[in-house]
Each structure stands twice: as structure tokens, then as C-alpha cells.
Design a protein around this ligand. Sequence first.
Ligand code: UT7
Length: 377
Amino acid sequence: MAHYAHIIGWGMAVPHRVVTNHELAQFVETSDEWIVTRTGIRERRIAGPYESTATLSIAASEEALAVAGISPRDVDLILVATVTPEHLFPSTACLVQDALGATKAGAFDLLAGCSGFIYALHIAAAAIRSGMHQVALVIGAETLSRIVNWRDRNTCVLFGDGAGAVVLKGSDMPGGILASMIRADGSGAELLIIPAGGSRFPISESAVRDGCHFIRMNGREVFRFATRVMEKATREVVAQAGLRLEDVDLIIPHQANIRIIETAAKGLGLPMDRFFVNIDRYGNTSAASIPIALCEAVQQRRLNPGDRAVMVAFGAGLTWAAAVVQWGAPQARLRPPWLERLKRITLYLPAQLHSRLMRFWRHLDARLSRILRQQGE
Ligand code: UT7
């Protein structure tokens, strides 16, 4: 039985299409100035017709598996945290499992709003530490552009699309996920909700007419809740790991609003340079926001082996969650950008051909990773 759950691979995928605040201002009554000063967002990625929560999840997972040098056949648990699954059922996780060829994995979706990725990490780490699972793929993925009302300026300027994934593996070496916590308060359910489309209010003509199939949010109340729990959860999880705030090298907060992050920094008495921020380029990508930020923190060498990072999020439910990770994985192999572009182009091929090419690519990549790791050992 492994005593620790380590992150040994990571990957992200975002749509190509960049939508700036200026573009939004052309069809909804808003301005770049308002969005930047109130949220910190400058642009976001929006999925094209061939991109979806599953395709982004698959692309992020392929990258994470390649970094880990793990074959999909060795994965025995796949969790997809999302509020924008492909369907109500089957789960997006099952579609990802099939596309990857992870034939020995159990797979399910997890819905915990923007806290979803940390919820999934919490569950996967516990499953690994209990000995029930050995290798888990934990994904946070969203196509929020499909569920926002593009005429509602209160919400449409905030959200974006993308996915991030990590591979978790058991080990006896101390480190990895040092502590984690998940919490919920369903009394705030109405504050951030899609009223229709579930079993309570099935989709109907009148539901669509009233826009009940879109995100509805009480921004001010969610803001108040967020500033309260971000600081509290960070303190709680750091204490649970037996650490002090000074021992934390980097905080990776949910990227919802720069003002929420600044308030948390002030409350914790930490400088802003201890926080990783990329909200300006992606907006709020809900469950994908933390794994995308984690990948970029590693790419930018803001997170290095031995560092301790806190991930902290809040979201619909209401939910909140936090985790402390001691980074111990090797640095990502850098791939030439043209190769990534080539991979993306295959998305436009017929599904069967795309899936065959991807299988071939994964086979090659896993082999190459294994050879490089053997050489490094
Ligand atoms: O992942 C969890 C998801 N949600 C969140 O994290 C959201 C948390 N909340 C927030 O980030 C902020 O509350 C918002 C960014 C949503 C709103 O910022 P705010 O400073 O709380 O603005 P407000 O709601 O108090 O609105 C101020 C004004 C209003 O006009 P009036 O009533 O004062 O005349 C709004 O109608 O700003 C107006 N407004 C806008 N103006 C230009 C709201 N949205 C926009 C917009 N462009 N996009």
C-alpha cells in the first residue's frame, strides 16, 4: 500500500480562439475598462465547433500521461470534474476513458462547481493512499461558453473554456498531496445555478424562452462568500499539513476574480507574488482553472521540485476546497510548439482517423518518455 500520492504528470489544453474584452464589447453593453478593473480578465479562450469538454480533457490527459511516461492501460481511475459535461449521461469520464484506451480504469464525473478539481484530487489521493487504486487521472475541464447567456453582461464576460489534467501515482517516498479538505454549504445553492435542464425543471420551450438553461449568478453574494472561504480554507489546510503559511512557496487560487485573490492575500498577510495568477488570459474556467494554473506555474518555473503549493477554490454548490502539494515530479519535457499545433489540426479530421492518429502518437510518446526516464535514472 502506498503512503503518498504524487503528481507525476500534468497537461493542459485550451481552445485556439481568443476572445478579447474589446470583442465582447461589440455585442454586449460592457467595456474593456470595466472588465479589467472589476475582474482582472483581459481575454478568454472559447471552444470552436470541433472542441468540447471531452476533446479538451483528452488533449490535456494525453499531455499529462506523456509527461508521466505512463501508458493509458496503467491508469485505473479517471475522474473528470466539470459543470459542462458532454451529456447528463454517459459521463464525460467514460468518453475520455474510451478515447485514451484506458481499458483498466473506472471512470466517473464529479460535480462540485469550480472546486471540482480539488474535490477530485482529494478523492483520488485518498483512493491511492488506501491501496484501492494505483494510478489516477484527475481532470478539470469546461466549455462554459456553451452555458453562458451571451446577452447577460453580468456573467458572459467572466467565463472561458479549457482543461487541465494530472496523473497521480502512489509512492512510499514522502511528499505529493500532503493535506486536503472539501466543504459544502447547499444553503447557497441558488446563488450560482443553471435552473433548468435537470430532473427538477426539464428542458422545455418555456424554460428556454426564459433563459433558464443558462448560468445565473448573484455575483455580489458569491464574491462575499469567496473572500470569506479562500482565507479560511488556506489556513485550515496548511495547519492540517503541519505547516505554517511561511512554509508555502506558492498559492494557486481559483481564477475567478483578481479582487478575490487580492482580498485573500491581504487576509493571509502574504504578498501577491506568492500567488499564481493567469486570470487575465483565461478568465474563469471553473473546474479547469486550477489545473491550468498549475501547468503554467510549472512551465514558468514558479513551482519547482521540493516546493510546497496550496491550491484553493470555491464555487457552485456552494463548495470550497483546498489542498497542499509538495512538488516532487521531474520538470516537464518541452515539446516543439509545431508538434502541438499538428496535434490540434488532427481535431478537424474525421473522429475515427483522429482517434487512430492519437493512439499512435500516445504510443510513440509513452515510449519516448520511458526511454528518457531510463536514461535519466
Ligand atoms: O467561480 C465562481 C464564479 N463566480 C464568481 O467568482 C463571481 C464573484 N463575483 C464577482 O466576481 C463580482 O461580483 C462581479 C465581477 C460578478 C461583479 O462585480 P461587482 O463589483 O460586484 O459589480 P456589481 O455586481 O456590484 O455591479 C456594479 C455595476 C452594476 O451597475 P449599477 O447597478 O451599479 O448601475 C452592474 O449592472 O456594474 C454593472 N455591470 C457591468 N457593467 C459593465 C455588471 N456587469 C457589467 C459588465 N460591464 N460586464
